[in-house]
Design a binder for this molecule. Structure first.
Ligand SMILES: [Cu+2]
Length: 191
């Protein structure tokens, strides 16, 4: 009687679940049970990409005409050494930048962050509207609610990993972009 291999049925879904649940443990994704354990040698634990996970990732729905969107979620570092996200990619974005939002008075401006997104050992860093985000620019196709966006992130040591994020409708996250002409943006609603 030969055994069945149900674990191989949904490799994409399984990888997604692993990415979401690897939070805080780093090594927990190392046990895909079956064939993978035999064929794929474990990559060195020193890789920053291996320590990375992201919880509840999502991407703001936009049309290609709008041109820009952003990726959010709570990033986590499951290792005892700092990891730094230094770049990212999305297949429909001609350019991707790591942005921070700087607020002066009532003006919020987003700009490329110096040195990337460090995540402390065993720590987290949140990408959220009004704060840090991965900026997708020069979009060549619509990002419609319900789609899944695949985002690749690169770390300071050159390692990379990817995650999948659902695209969602969201009304906010419209910060002025520093590089996009000058944002003389009167926003006199004090909230
Ligand atoms: Cu931005």
């Amino acid at each position: 009687m030969h055994h069945t291999r149900t674990a191989r049925a949904l490799p994409i879904a399984a990888a997604f679940v692993l990415a979401l649940t690897a939070c805080g443990t780093g090594a927990s994704a190392d046990a895909p049970r079956d064939a993978a354990a035999e064929s794929a040698p474990p990559s060195p634990a020193a890789e920053q990409a291996e320590a990375f996970s992201i919880t509840d990732p999502w991407v703001k729905a936009v049309t290609a005409e709008e041109g820009m969107s952003a990726v959010f979620g709570e990033m986590a570092n499951g290792s005892d050494a700092e990891i730094v996200i230094v770049a990212a990619e999305h297949p429909a974005a001609e350019m991707v930048e790591l942005h921070e939002v700087v607020t002066e008075g009532t003006d919020s401006t987003m700009r490329e962050i110096d040195g990337g997104f460090p995540v402390e050992p065993r720590g987290t860093r949140t990408l959220a509207p009004g704060g840090d985000h991965i900026m997708l620019m020069g979009l060549t196709e619509d990002l419609e609610a319900g789609m899944e966006a695949t985002v690749t992130v690169e770390f300071a040591d050159g390692s990379t990993t990817e995650f999948t994020a659902p695209v969602k409708e969201y009304a906010g996250a419209n910060e002025e972009y520093e590089g996009d002409g000058h944002g003389q943006h009167e926003d006199d609603g004090d909230h």
